[in-house]
Structures are given as structure tokens and as C-alpha cells.
Design a protein around this ligand. Structure first.
Ligand SMILES: Cc1cc2nc3c(=O)[nH]c(=O)nc-3n(C[C@H](O)[C@H](O)[C@H](O)COP(=O)(O)OP(=O)(O)OC[C@H]3O[C@@H](n4cnc5c(N)ncnc54)[C@H](O)[C@@H]3O)c2cc1C
Length: 226
């Protein structure tokens, strides 16, 4: 089945600043593959909550997990409507006015409802989630026990209906500020923000243990510069 392009459905069409909309599904998937944290919305008893979660893309779905005791996760497991966003913050844009100042970002929004993963599919998904967040770690860390799986709700949100917005340009100042004797002379542009991993810090038990070789390959993908 061919999935609709990002922004192709009535409720995912970007209306505000549509020049930032991207309709390429590969771009959406690259953003999802570069991120570590998603924000998932759920409404219970009329109150919206937005929950940050670690996630991974698995084909045309995003997978994430939470506690079986969580009211919010149980609501999502029952198929409640949800919205998930992944935001990569790439910079601060300093315009000549505060109003036009903004951010560089890559953002994917997915709407729909989750399905609960169970059995072997759940175990595979949890290993994929671990590998996305901590590449190489499934080689040496203990896999989940049955009681740990019982304590876990694993969910998959299909990426059927998604939208993408990317902000990556210089400030777009109003013409008056570009010729204003004061504001045309102040610095303007953008300050890139890059995420990176620091030096590994062992806990007391691991103090004499060499850090695993796979850590040497961990890197945060940086924003493509335009
Ligand atoms: C890091 C960051 C900071 C931001 N800061 C601000 C801010 O301070 N003020 C502000 O007004 N806006 C900000 N935005 C933009 C904001 O996310 C919305 O795009 C904007 O507010 C317009 O919302 P809307 O519902 O009116 O858009 P509409 O264009 O009416 O939304 C229609 C559809 O477009 C899609 N869409 C909208 N926004 C996004 C998005 N960000 N990513 C992917 N799809 C999207 C959704 O599918 C939505 O249903 C920021 C975005 C990011 C990523």
C-alpha cells in the first residue's frame, strides 16, 4: 500500500508558513531516525497530556513503550486518538526584530491511533527501540524478562498521516528594519545548535571495565545546512 505524502491529507496540510512544509516521506523518516525523544498526546477524562517518550521508527510505524500501570499508556493501548511529534532543534534565528526571530528546526507530526504490540513482535520491537536509542547495546545488555514484558505496554503508531515542517533559513526581516538606521546595523543571522554525546562516565561497579567499543561510533546527526 502506498502511503500518502506528508501533508497530503486535509488534517495534515500545513497552512501556517506552508513554505516550511516538506512533502517528501524520506525526509520525514530521516528526521525520525535522527531523533531520540517524541512527544505523544493523549486525552483522558477531557484533559490533554503530552508525554515525552523514547522512540524508534520501525518501517512505517513509530514504536515506543511505557508502564502497564500507566493510565496514559493504557488509554493509548485502547486505540485512543493521538498525535506524536518529533522535534530536532537546530538553531536560534536572531532577526532584527524580536517578532521575526525564530528557530531552525526539523519537525515531524503523526496523527492516528496506536496498536499494542505483543508476543514476539513486542520483543523484536523493544530490541529495535533499544538499538535505535543505544546502538550496539543489545549485544551485551540482558534482554527483557517475562515479568518485565508484563510490566510494559509497547505501542506502534502507524505513519499513515504525517506532516513535516523544516525551518532552516536566515531571518526574514520586514523591509523597514533592513533600512532602519538603528536596526539595520545590529547583527542578525542564526546560531546553530548541535546535540552531541559527552565522554562516558562509568558507575562504581564498572569503574575498572573498559567502555564498549560501540560507544566510539555514537554520534548525533547534524542538521543539513542549506
Ligand atoms: C522548535 C519549534 C519551535 C516553534 N515555535 C513556535 C512559536 O513559538 N510560535 C508559533 O506560533 N509556532 C512555533 N512553531 C511552529 C508550530 O509548531 C506550528 O507549526 C505553528 O504554530 C502553526 O500551527 P497551526 O496549528 O496554526 O498550523 P497549521 O498550518 O494550521 O497546521 C495544520 C497542520 O500542519 C501540520 N503542522 C503544523 N505544525 C507543524 C509542525 N511544527 N511540524 C509538523 N507538522 C506541522 C499538522 O499536521 C497540522 O495539523 C515552532 C515549531 C518548532 C518545531
Amino acid at each position: 500500500m502506498t502511503l500518502p505524502d506528508p501533508g497530503a491529507t486535509a488534517r495534515t496540510r500545513v497552512r501556517r508558513l506552508p513554505d516550511k512544509a516538506v512533502s517528501d516521506r524520506d525526509v520525514a523518516y530521516a528526521i525520525l531516525d535522527a531523533g531520540l525523544v517524541a512527544h505523544v498526546a493523549v486525552v483522558t477524562e477531557g484533559q490533554p497530556y503530552v508525554v515525552p517518550v523514547g522512540y524508534a521508527r520501525r518501517g512505517d510505524e513509530v514504536i515506543f513503550h511505557g508502564s502497564s500501570a500507566s493510565r496514559l499508556f493504557r488509554t493509548l493501548a485502547q486505540g485512543a486518538a493521538t498525535c506524536l511529534t518529533v522535534t530536532l532543534l537546530d538553531g536560534l534565528v536572531l532577526a532584527r526584530s524580536l517578532f521575526e526571530s525564530s528557530m531552525h528546526y526539523r519537525c515531524v507530526m503523526a496523527i492516528g491511533s496506536c496498536r499494542r504490540l505483543e508476543g514476539d513482535e513486542e520483543v523484536d520491537a523493544l530490541l529495535d527501540l533499544s538499538e535505535h536509542l543505544m546502538p550496539g547495546r543489545t549485544q551485551d545488555a540482558r534482554p527483557p524478562l517475562p515479568q518485565e514484558l508484563k510490566a510494559t505496554i509497547s505501542l506502534a503508531l502507524p505513519l499513515d498521516e504525517i506532516s513535516v515542517k523544516v525551518g532552516n533559513r536566515h531571518p526574514e526581516d520586514v523591509p523597514e528594519d533592513l533600512v532602519d538606521p538603528v536596526y539595520s546595523r545590529i547583527w542578525a543571522g542564526y546560531i546553530p545548535i548541535a546535540e552531541s554525546f559527552g565522554t562516558p562516565v562509568a558507575d562504581d561497579l564498572a569503574a575498572g571495565v573498559a567502555p564498549p567499543a560501540y560507544l566510539a561510533h555514537w554520534a548525533r546527526p547534524q542538521a543539513p545546512r542549506t
